[in-house]
Design a protein around this ligand. Structure first.
Ligand SMILES: C[S@@+](CC[C@H](N)C(=O)[O-])C[C@H]1O[C@@H](n2cnc3c(N)ncnc32)[C@H](O)[C@@H]1O
Length: 338
């Protein structure tokens, strides 16, 4: 692409993500299959307007999510498969959350935030912090938790790769702080039969038992779900893991969570912090964009390895090392209590 084309492509980013969001929300990808199907048939099946549906399908085909054949007939592509409900690594939840009405609305505050230095577009838009909004809005909560499991389908693989040589043999108990529905911890337990797991979570996140991975993966005897508040206390455990938690919070809030882990740990105890780690200035990285999303959504930020090491030290823990998968998309910062 020429520089001109790159600028135009960036400028049209929101159009593209809204077209994709609409296709996903209207369940277009569940209706279109591998055999070509007429636009009117798809529209009828989904209860949509025929003429406008054709234009949406054509745009989705132009972006590579569908194939368009002569006579307004469409079939699905491998990219389209990735956003279907039934794909094991589906990105459907992420799309519904990140382009849904709440997250769409918070971005409009970005320039004001950068001017006045006060982040958290969620608070500006809804007058509530995101996790309070989640507790009070079941529909948003459902999409948020679906998106977290959707992100986890990819993240869990990367964490398992990063930790493939990690010595879990001396660890008997592992607590996933803010572990959502438990996708990550259940997959770790799966590879380490001596481990017992605990997911510490907000009551509202874990109250629907049908959504919990321990139940779905037949691991309910090895993984318990504990309703609690990581800012108050965390349960005693040999080791802790936290994925996409510290990036939600400012430095003082992170030190509070880590201090609670420090208090509950025995000497030699470990903490594994999974995040998108910001690399040096020469390297373009997803974390540098996700950081702006954090600015819009709450008080958090993405951080460098050094910044995580400094948070650990402020909480009385020491930095040990960072484990990366080959792609370096995410990293696992290891801290220890001396
Ligand atoms: C960004 S999500 C990450 C979830 C999960 N670790 C993952 O990667 O899929 C943050 C999680 O923190 C949980 N959380 C927020 N505040 C919490 C608190 N005070 N105590 C425990 N969990 C909390 C939320 O319910 C949510 O599931």
């Amino acid at each position: 692409m020429s520089d001109y084309e790159k600028v135009v492509d960036t400028l049209l980013g929101r159009w593209k993500s809204q077209i994709l969001y609409t296709g996903v929300k209207l369940e277009i990808f569940e209706s279109v299959g591998t055999a070509p199907k007429h636009a009117l048939e798809i529209a009828k099946e989904l209860g949509l307007d025929g003429a406008l549906s054709y234009r949406l399908l054509r745009a989705l085909a132009s972006m590579g999510f569908l194939n368009e054949k002569d006579g307004q007939r469409f079939s699905i592509t491998p990219m389209g498969e990735l956003v279907r409900k039934d794909h094991p690594q589906t990105l459907r939840g992420v799309i519904l959350l990140e382009e849904g009405p709440e997250h769409y609305a918070i971005w409009k505050h970005l320039s004001e935030m950068v001017k006045d230095g006060r982040q958290d577009g969620f608070m500006r838009e809804f007058g509530l912090r995101i996790f309070d909004y989640i507790s009070q809005n079941p529909e948003y909560r459902e999409i948020f938790n679906y998106a977290m499991s959707s992100y986890s389908a990819t993240h869990t693989k990367l964490v398992l790769e990063a930790l493939k040589s990690y010595d879990f043999s001396k660890i008997k108990s592992l607590c996933d702080v803010g572990g959502g529905h438990g996708h990550l911890i259940c997959n770790i337990l799966n590879g380490h039969p001596q481990l017992q797991g605990t997911v510490l979570e907000l009551e509202s996140t874990i109250k629907n038992k049908e959504l919990l991975w321990a139940e779905k993966m037949g691991m309910a005897d090895r993984c318990r779900y504990l309703a609690g508040d990581m800012f108050k206390e965390v349960p005693r455990s040999d080791a802790y893991i936290m994925k996409m938690i510290l990036h939600d919070w400012n430095d003082e809030e992170c030190v509070k969570i880590l201090s609670n882990i420090q208090k509950a740990s025995s000497p030699g105890g470990r903490v594994l912090i999974v995040e998108h780690i910001v690399p040096g200035p020469e390297t373009p990285h997803f974390s540098k964009l996700f950081d702006i999303h954090m600015m819009c959504a709450l008080t958090g930020r993405e951080r460098t390895e050094k910044e995580y090491a400094s948070l650990l030290e402020r909480a009385g823990l020491s930095y040990v090392q960072t484990h990366y998968p080959t792609s370096r998309t995410i990293g696992v910062i290891e801290g220890a209590k001396q």
